[in-house]
Design a protein around this ligand. Structure first.
Ligand SMILES: Cc1cc2nc3c(=O)[nH]c(=O)nc-3n(C[C@H](O)[C@H](O)[C@H](O)COP(=O)(O)OP(=O)(O)OC[C@H]3O[C@@H](n4cnc5c(N)ncnc54)[C@H](O)[C@@H]3O)c2cc1C
Length: 479
């Protein structure tokens, strides 16, 4: 067990500012964002430099104390929540919040791990650039957390996930050594790619202390459209048509089921459907240009949509006439989670399948789920072009006790949905990672080669198992 004398050693190392011990200050950081997981920790260690992180990790290794790296604590899978038995300390990167450099010439921002995403957005914009990844938690999520979960948002179609946006990494490995991989080389063939191993590692292989991130030109003009279609298959045809006509300027392509749109219109004041016709499916498209040349992105989008009408792909469409309307279209997309929460309890799956299989999956998996679990309703929304949707199963109408419904049905529904995903050749985690929430299911479904490799890499980096225990890696007996 961790004792006061251990905490005193950390205070001697980091000073009182670097160690939080007041239970009131600790408690907001021991539960996850959704309030599903509750842990305990005697202290939060908060080093202010890479060297302090290295010294902290060395001392923890000497004392045999487990560490849970934490940034903004916005993990959707309980990834940054410490174990409930108090056997670990939180290692917070939030004091390491400097943008060390931002170079428009290199198109690079060198950020410490604790830099908050929206702060990076603002700094890039001030330099005439942008960091092309955004998500709902941008006001809290940190660079270290984004790297460690390989986050992706609505711009993955054009710019990729963090794996594509991280040019270099600095990290402290479990033995306390500093891995300096910030050189951002275009070509580097020195064997295994340590940077890519650390991206998406969920804090199980070490602590990311800084990352060099790719910037792109700022948006000069955008066209934002809302299109009603009959089926997800038509939505995919629309995506391919717009790509053919507009090239890689298609930055966002989000598909939304009509029932889900209905929740927004019903629960979020001031929202209204951008189109008159209630079609079974809706598509939100954004086309971006870095220059102001003619034709504008809105005009080019209009041309592509005219062709979509001719081909019978689109049923109705609207193009935002100005920025306020464009924002109103996006507000609908960004309000989906909030409106669904207002609608009632739901189980949420962040899944991917091969893009070509997604339209059929969206229909068939929903029908099969509803048939197997009578009273539930299922539908999906999200990034069709990435083969990634949020597939949600809602409790039967009138269910007032959400936790009781989840306790009774959750495990069976989880297994049913995940089995369908695996049968379609997909992944049970497209965005949020495994954390503690999906660890057992990963063990059940991943296959011996993947699990063997995960465990071998973990043991090679962290033989004492002191980094983020209980997350990501299936436990013995779990696969
Ligand atoms: C409202 C909302 C919307 C979201 N939308 C999206 C979305 O569209 N797409 C998407 O991909 N994700 C989304 N997420 C989840 C997203 O992955 C996380 O919010 C974010 O990437 C985590 O950043 P964080 O700083 O909060 O990390 P934390 O939650 O603190 O940690 C996340 C994981 O990373 C580890 N970690 C954190 N910092 C470090 C570090 N410096 N070194 C090593 N390990 C570290 C932790 O141990 C944990 O395993 C959303 C979350 C919320 C709450």
């Amino acid at each position: 067990m961790i004792q006061q004398q251990h905490i005193d050693r950390f205070i001697a190392l980091l000073g009182p500012k670097g160690v939080v011990t007041d239970p009131d200050d600790i408690s907001p950081w021991t539960s996850d964002w959704r309030g599903r997981y509750h842990g305990a920790a005697m202290a939060i260690l908060s080093p202010a430099s890479t060297q302090e992180v290295a010294d902290t990790v060395k001392l923890a290794a000497e004392l045999g104390i487990a560490l849970v790296p934490q940034g903004g604590n916005t993990s959707m899978v309980g990834g940054a929540t410490p174990p409930a038995d108090g056997s670990a300390l939180i290692l917070s990167l939030r004091r390491m919040n400097h943008i060390r450099s931002l170079s428009p010439d290199d198109n690079l921002a060198l950020c410490e791990a604790g830099v908050i995403l929206s702060v990076l957005h603002d700094a890039a914009e001030a330099a005439g650039r942008r960091f092309p990844l955004s998500l709902g938690a941008k006001g809290s999520a940190t660079v270290g957390g984004l790297v460690s979960t390989n986050a992706g948002g609505t711009q993955v179609l054009r710019h990729g996930t963090m794996r594509a946006l991280v040019e270099g990494i600095e990290a402290v490995l479990p033995d306390g050594s500093i891995f300096d991989g910030l050189d951002a080389l275009k070509k580097d063939n020195r064997g295994y790619d340590i940077k890519q191993l650390l991206i998406g590692a969920e804090g199980t292989l070490g602590v990311v202390t800084a990352a060099s991130l790719r910037l792109v030109p700022a948006i000069a003009a955008r066209g934002v459209g809302w299109v009603g279609v009959e089926t997800p298959a038509d939505a995919l045809r629309l995506l391919r048509l717009t790509e053919e006509r507009l090239g890689d300027s298609v930055e966002g392509f989000e598909v939304i089921a009509d029932d889900t749109l209905g929740f927004v219109l019903g629960h979020i004041p001031g929202t209204r459907s951008p189109i008159e016709t209630r079609t079974p499916w809706h598509v939100l498209i954004e086309v971006d240009h870095a220059d102001l040349s003619d034709p504008s992105p809105a005009e080019r989008l209009e041309g592509a949509l005219a062709e979509a009408f001719e081909r019978g792909i689109a049923v109705d469409a609207a193009i935002a006439a100005n920025e306020a309307q464009a924002e109103a279209f996006w507000r609908i997309r960004e309000s989906l989670s909030e409106s669904e929460r207002a609608q009632g309890p739901a189980l949420q799956y962040d899944i991917s399948v091969p893009v070509a299989k997604m339209p059929a999956f969206m229909i068939e998996a929903a029908e099969a789920t509803e048939a197997t679990f009578p009273g539930t309703t299922a539908s999906s929304f999200g990034h069709l072009g990435d083969g990634n949707v949020h597939f949600h199963v809602r409790a039967p109408r009138g269910t007032s006790d959400g936790p009781a419904w989840i306790a009774a049905q959750g495990q069976a529904i989880n297994a049913f949905v995940h089995d369908a995903v695996v049968a379609a050749g997909g992944s049970i985690s497209a965005e949020h990672g495994i954390g503690q929430m999906k660890r057992t299911e990963l063990g059940r479904l991943a296959g011996p080669a993947r699990i063997g490799a995960l465990r071998a890499i973990k043991t090679a980096f962290d033989p004492k198992g002191l980094f983020n225990p209980g997350k990501l890696i299936p436990l013995p007996g779990e696969g």
